[in-house]
Design a protein around this ligand. Structure first.
Ligand code: 3HC
Length: 295
């Protein structure tokens, strides 16, 4: 017996949203992704198509599988279209508490009773978003890692009011997406960022204090600890602006120095050096090889 395809709405088609859309479409989900401008939508579409092409050129997907995956994706500016009939809605918009709260309040009005409302927030406690919603039992955290098609983990974060049914269905959906789920407690940073963010911020602070050059610091952690990339390259990869926002939220929550946003991150954001996505952060990505930039 053929089972019904699972339906998913994804809100935001940036770095994370586009990865989530791609993974879901490759797994046979019918996905509707919503952005707030035509330009953002087209950029997201281009990112997804380039990633599918790359998978074909690396023999990870056949042409037919890539076309099928692309055929599962609908692009829209209309929120109600992304939410209608979805089993799961994943919010992956900008890391801003007010923006997300407003969106969740609207989702609560638009979504049918049995739609799960999930957020891909990196740092905002789920309860803060669930508080904007009347039917709080269906709100949950579903935190993916960048690059979403590569990283096998997803953190599943039930809030105080999340129902057991929502948790169980979300764990099943995570498995259908091919991800291994870890259930984390609802506090800012959940589990991975609770450990990762202080390390990244410390690297920025140590750089600012002259402990080493950008390249030396990254090489040291790659060669000395076997990390796939050094902390400053990883900041660029996550996005300097995103790293700063995460630090602000976590510092607001814990008031511990280890989460305090380093001034150098603020300066980089002010200068528009937002990391790999814009071609410049700690490194310049516009040439063949990434080159460290002056700080
Ligand atoms: N989409 C799909 N596949 C990709 C990809 C992408 N965007 N980027 C890389 N890949 C694949 C490549 O095709 C390659 O596959 P293969 O081994 O089968 O050939 C594999 O990943 C390795 O890629 P590359 O050889 O091009 O480059 P690297 O060896 O340098 O790996 C990397 C790139 C996978 C990004 C690796 O450097 C890495 O794992 N870095 C750490 C990433 C990380 O820590 N992510 C978590 C960030 S924290 C986060 O997301 C949470 C948030 O809240 C902040």
């Amino acid at each position: 017996m053929k089972t019904e395809p699972k339906r998913m709405g994804v809100l935001g088609c940036g770095l994370m949203g586009s990865g989530i859309v791609e993974v879901a479409a490759r797994r046979g989900f019918e996905v509707v992704v919503r952005e707030i401008s035509t330009q953002a939508l087209e950029e997201g579409r281009a990112r997804i198509e380039a990633s599918l092409e790359r998978a074909v050129s690396q023999d990870k997907l056949t042409r037919r599988e890539a076309d099928e995956a692309a055929g599962h994706i609908r692009y829209t500016l209309d929120l109600s279209r992304a939410v209608a009939e979805a089993d799961l809605v994943v919010e992956a918009v900008v890391e801003d508490r007010l923006v997300k709260r407003e969106l969740f309040a609207e989702l609560d009005r638009l979504a049918s009773n049995d739609t799960i409302l999930a957020t891909n927030t990196s740092s905002i406690p789920i309860a803060d978003l669930a508080a904007a919603v009347e039917r709080q039992g269906r709100v949950i955290g579903l935190h993916f890692f960048n690059p979403v098609p590569v990283m096998p983990l997803v953190e599943v974060v039930p809030a105080i009011g999340t129902s057991t049914a929502t948790l169980e269905r979300t764990l099943e959906l995570a498995q259908s997406l091919g991800k291994e789920a870890v259930v984390a407690r609802d506090r800012s940073g959940f589990l991975v960022n609770l450990l990762l963010v202080p390390y990244l911020l410390d690297a920025v602070r140590q750089l600012d204090r002259g402990a080493a050059s950008i390249e030396q610091m990254d090489r040291a952690m790659v060669l000395g600890c076997g990390h796939p990339m050094g902390p400053l390259a990883l900041c660029d990869f996550v996005g300097i602006d995103t790293a700063l926002r995460i630090a602000e939220v976590m510092y607001d929550e814990y008031r511990e120095e280890r989460y305090a946003p380093p001034p150098l991150l603020k300066r980089l954001v002010a200068m528009g050096r937002l990391g790999r996505k814009v071609g410049k952060g700690f490194y310049d990505y516009t040439g063949e090889e990434a080159e460290p930039l002056p700080i």
